[in-house]
Design a protein around this ligand. Structure first.
Ligand code: KG4
Ligand code: ZN
Length: 337
């Protein structure tokens, strides 16, 4: 039994969670900065870091109170070491390190992307090996997670991440920040046939299951310029058309990779894994292909600390010589659930 308290401050969410054995959430507190960043339509790093500093302590106290635990019950303190905004990361890492020193608990560094992958272990019985589609605001990649938790990246985006494209489209359509959830909501009522948009499936020697989103993002902006006096209908139709073009390669490449690599199980993670269109399309495609699909609970799709606590249990980074690239990350052994 290991109960881990984790802190996550890699971008614009200040989060603290306590998780038992990497799967059972005892508390999960997220203070997002969405309102703060509405004015600029995106995250300003210095503003994000200052806000983390203001709220990190109360967020940690809230996580302890929600779980009803004392420090005697905590076995380790994890924190996201990277990748992320350096000013933001520093706040969470220093808060976690101070607590680990003060309460004499081991400090457990975690890779943010491994954290996203581990969101799939929350409330589930998933075990490697499995294929994993990671779709966030900063990354879009398809990988195989091996049973010793080493990772092979099969494909990645050549340019923008899919979440970044959602946010840009949201901004162009005047839907505020972050754009992803708003575009998702609008897409549900729109006509996906209305605007013809390019779908990119990248197949290159070293990027066999790759993606590209900058062309799609630009095509939306160009076509939107031609819509004079846009109505709510136009907004919904553009969201539905964009969402269809954004999701199609994610589903196609995931299924093609699963088939080629004989993966019986596929998981999805990152903020865009909350997208209803993507969850529905993958569920249908995996059902048809007889592939077991794991989708994280909505509460742990976007940045949160429960996934970091899970990664701290299943797959922490080495304490020294920390590699920050997913490709070079490896760890031996897989603890029993
Ligand atoms: O994983 P995450 O919280 O942060 C990063 O590590 O990047 O992902 C944030 C991204 C944002 O781009 C946001 O717009 C997108 O996830 N997102 C969504 C949805 N919810 C969040 N995109 C599409 N549909 C959603 N429902
Ligand atoms: Zn993230």
């Amino acid at each position: 039994m290991a109960t881990i308290l984790a802190v996550e401050t890699s971008c614009d969410d200040t989060a603290c969670a306590i998780v038992a054995n990497g799967r059972r959430v005892l508390s999960n507190v997220v203070a997002n900065q969405n309102t703060l960043h509405q004015a600029t339509g995106g995250v300003v790093p210095e503003v994000a870091a200052r806000q983390h500093l203001q709220v990190v302590q109360p967020v940690i106290q809230q996580a302890m109170a929600d779980a009803g635990l004392t420090w005697d019950d905590i076995d380790g303190v994890a924190a996201t070491l990277g990748p992320g905004l350096i000013g933001s990361l520093l706040i969470g890492v220093n808060a976690a390190k101070s607590l680990s020193w003060l309460h004499n608990k081991p400090f457990i560094p975690v890779h943010h992307l491994v954290g996203h992958v581990c969101a799939n272990f929350i409330d589930s019985d998933l075990r490697p090996p499995f294929g994993c589609l990671l779709v966030s605001g900063g990354h879009t990649q398809l990988m195989v997670v091996n049973d010793d938790f080493t990772v092979n990246v099969l494909g990645h985006t050549l340019d923008d991440a899919v979440g970044e494209a959602y946010d840009k489209v949201g901004r162009v359509l005047g839907l505020g920040f972050p754009g992803g959830p708003a575009v998702d909501k609008q897409a549900a009522t729109g006509n996906p046939e209305r605007f013809p948009l390019p779908v990119a499936n990248i197949r290159q020697p070293n990027n066999a299951y790759g993606f590209s989103y900058s062309g799609l993002k630009t095509a939306v902006a160009r076509q939107w310029q031609k819509v004079t006096s846009p109505t709510d209908h136009d907004v919904a139709d553009m969201c539905a058309s964009f969402q269809r073009a954004a999701i199609a390669p994610l589903v196609k490449q995931t299924l093609a990779a699963a088939k080629a690599h004989q993966l019986a199980t596929v998981a999805v993670c990152g903020g865009v894994s909350a997208n209803r269109g993507l969850r529905h399309a993958l569920t249908t495609a995996c059902d048809e292909a007889n592939i077991a699909l794991f989708l994280p609970p909505i509460s742990v799709c976007t940045d949160n600390a429960a996934m970091i606590a899970s990664a701290g249990y299943f797959s922490p980074l080495p304490v020294t010589g920390v590699p920050l690239a997913m490709e070079v990350f490896s760890r031996g052994g897989w603890p029993a659930a």
